[in-house]
Write a protein that binds this ligand. Sequence first.
Ligand code: ADP
Length: 399
Amino acid sequence: MTDAILVLNAGSSSLKFSLFTAQDAEPALVVGGQVGGIFTAPVFVARDAAGQTVGEKSWETGARLGHDGALAHIIAWLPTRYGHDHRLAAVGHRVSHGGRTFEKPVRVDAVVVEELEKQIPFSPLHQPHNLAPIRILLARDPALPQVACFDTAMHRTQPVLEQMYALPRELDDAGVRRYGFHGISYEYIAGRLPDVDARAARGKTVVLHLGSGASMCALKNRKSVDSTLGFTALDGLCMGTRPGAVDPGVILYLFQALSMSAKEVETLLYKRSGLIGISGISNDMRDLLRSDNPEARLAVDYFVYRAAKEIGALAAVLGGIDGIVFTAGIGENSSEIRRRICEASAWLGIELDADANAGRETRISRPSSRVSAWVIPTNEELMIARHTGVVLGLIQARA
Ligand code: ADP
């Protein structure tokens, strides 16, 4: 019987899970999947490490499983298929915000949960969902070790200037500062860098995490020195439904001149802006790239424009760059977006290899390119499994 780590990533409408073995130095994926539509029309799917579907179930439309019901289904289903060979030894969770208190993964108890609840205002649309399965499992099985891994933790190495705003100092004391997000993804990429590009790993790299949420991180010697997301997950790049950087005066205008409520402004900023806001068609980059609609084109143009602008800003922070890495849904899958961002950033010394870019290769820059360019699929689940195993002493820490 092998010890196993269950990784959970709880969102507003889905509960994603992955089961990893915890016996060797590196966790190995056994099975992964999700329950989607947990408040509307729940659908469960599970796939093994080879991508074969090994479990499926759907509930009738209108069934409100919630996190509780979705977790109960996953926990009941796993032993029916893997119970003979695997013993659930621990659960690792993705948690959006660790605030100032948590600079690395931590074993969770009631006191930690209470502290994490204080970060909800900093991450109102992610943190409450992330905490839901932790609370449920603490109540159900207090002896089961749980570890929280934070999207903010990687960025705590950033210098003071990068973490601050030019606001009165008492606001900084109250926690109003730049935290940065997608840190679990950046940590995974930083761990892969020495294998793909030793020079960039030792030097200066900009990582572009372009998914439905999007950000960039400047790495120096694999440590985060700056990132485009700040206090909340709203800053920086244009995202699927979030605008990226907006003059704060716009927000004042929404309140004062348009008399919008705080809830309306929150919904506007988190759900109605970005690609969906500009195009009015979709928040999915695939739909926009397929469309001839001028508003869809405008949304894509803006996405690329913002990305190129932010690469320039991070290159200035780093004092030049040695490599760039594309990752997450858009970064890993869209050769067109990669091409356009690289072309807009050619002035930095990025020479794209068009065939490699179109051919799904890892290296997408020409040998002569001063700045190397890479596509590295991220693996946040593996990163969480590693952290969980290390915090609990189930596996050894890597160098
Ligand atoms: P999340 O932030 O939800 O984890 P992902 O990293 O999975 O997001 O990215 C999801 C996004 O990736 C989708 O919304 C879609 O816009 C984009 N995407 C996936 N495949 C492609 C593709 N082939 N071309 C362009 N965009 C893609």
